[in-house]
Design a protein around this ligand. Structure first.
Ligand code: NAD
Length: 334
């Protein structure tokens, strides 16, 4: 049985917290830390039989679990991931992995030096609709990808701790925080683009709020759009349309496939967790979050071969976002 400590019990920390309750057969949560008592962290620690710390640094000073899971605001990812790696702990860190090239370099160097395993929360790689698409494209089941459109639309995440998402120095803006999900998946699906061109909109303070990017991969054309300043009641809407030679896959609330010949159908997707360890449940309501954490645990216990969401991949995705920001006029804030 592996041990894990969770740092950060905000929106994403609570999601991971639920996953650890569902992963009791393979991992024991030994400690959890959050600087905000109102987050409910103490009660959660009590329920899980774990220790509670009032800061991530206190936890790191006292605990050496097998895994440290970092669900902190992005500007703290590098500092805490490096400290955790230096302790010899495997690290699961939320996306986006880091804010700039300097941090990326330090993370890669520390990973190499310490030899621990690092997985980044590029959760879309583990979501069943996207997993289905990746497998279909890899197998060439419906022929070559001709074009694709990926979208991720949201209202503004003002609910976070100290409104950190809206500080471009802390989040890297919507492009790095939200849009990185699609950037990462597009790279996973099609590799590195030949060309990248972006345009963005900004708010009255000059902060990037919406980005439109066109990528080419040979003669395949892909676009993506990310936005997080739609009105507050606007529902979170991720989706895609991928046109292949023999049909078009559409994710819009649910996944549908429209073949060139024949009737549309709902594709059969893999269960959320597909691995060697017996999950004890088929499809988890915790979706890709459960799947990615269970996958990482399995990777540590048994090794999965080629990791799905390693540090190096998350860094390449962040680098592509930085390139897009540059293409859209540079600077996250003007
Ligand atoms: N994978 C996804 O789908 C997804 C979704 C949302 C957020 N995220 C990512 O997860 C990370 C966290 O985002 P969030 O939405 O949970 O933010 P949040 O603001 O809701 O939570 C952050 C928490 O960290 C705590 N904190 C701050 N400094 C701390 C410290 N030094 N020690 C301990 N606790 C500290 C805060 O009190 C807060 O509870 C971000 O990188 C974000 O981009 C990923």
């Amino acid at each position: 049985m592996l041990t894990v400590a969770l740092i950060g019990y905000g929106g994403m920390g609570k999601m991971h917290g639920k996953c650890y309750a569902a992963l009791k057969d393979v991992v024991k949560l030994v400690a959890v830390a959050d600087v905000t008592p109102e987050s409910g962290v103490e009660k959660y620690a009590e329920e899980m039989g774990a220790k509670y710390y009032t800061s991530g640094n206190d936890l790191l000073a006292a605990e050496t679990p097998d895994i440290i899971d970092i669900c902190l605001p992005t500007f703290l990812h590098t500092e805490y991931s490096v400290k955790a790696m230096e302790k010899g702990c495997h690290v699961f860190c939320e996306k986006p992995i880091c804010i700039n090239e300097e941090e990326a370099k330090l993370l890669l160097e520390t990973e190499k030096k310490t030899g621990v395993k690092v997985q980044v929360g590029q959760v879309v790689r583990f979501m069943k609709e996207y997993k289905w698409l990746k497998k279909a494209v890899d197998e060439g089941r419906y022929g070559k990808v001709i074009s694709a459109v990926f979208t991720r639309l949201s209202c503004n995440p003002r609910w976070a701790w100290e409104n950190w998402f809206n500080d471009p120095e802390k989040s890297g803006t919507m492009a790095l925080d939200l849009h990185v999900h699609d950037v990462d998946f597009i790279r996973y699906l099609l590799g590195e683009p030949d060309t990248v061109e972006s345009k963005c909109t900004r708010d009255s303070e000059g902060v990037l709020q919406q980005i439109f990017t066109t990528y080419t991969f040979g003669d395949t054309v892909v676009t993506s759009e990310g936005i997080w300043d739609y009105p507050d009641k606007f529902p979170f809407s991720p989706g895609f349309r991928v046109k292949m030679e023999k049909g078009t896959a559409v994710l819009n609330r649910g996944l549908m496939f429209y073949p060139v010949d024949g009737d549309p159908f709902v594709p059969e997707m893999d269960a959320e967790f597909e691995g060697k360890l017996d999950a004890g449940l088929n499809v988890s309501s915790l979706g890709g979050y459960y799947t990615e954490l269970r996958y990482f645990i399995e990777e540590i216990i048994e090794g999965n071969g080629k990791p799905i969401a390693p540090l190096s991949e998350a860094i390449k995705s962040a680098q592509l976002v930085w390139k897009e920001i540059e293409s859209a006029g540079g600077k996250v804030k003007k």
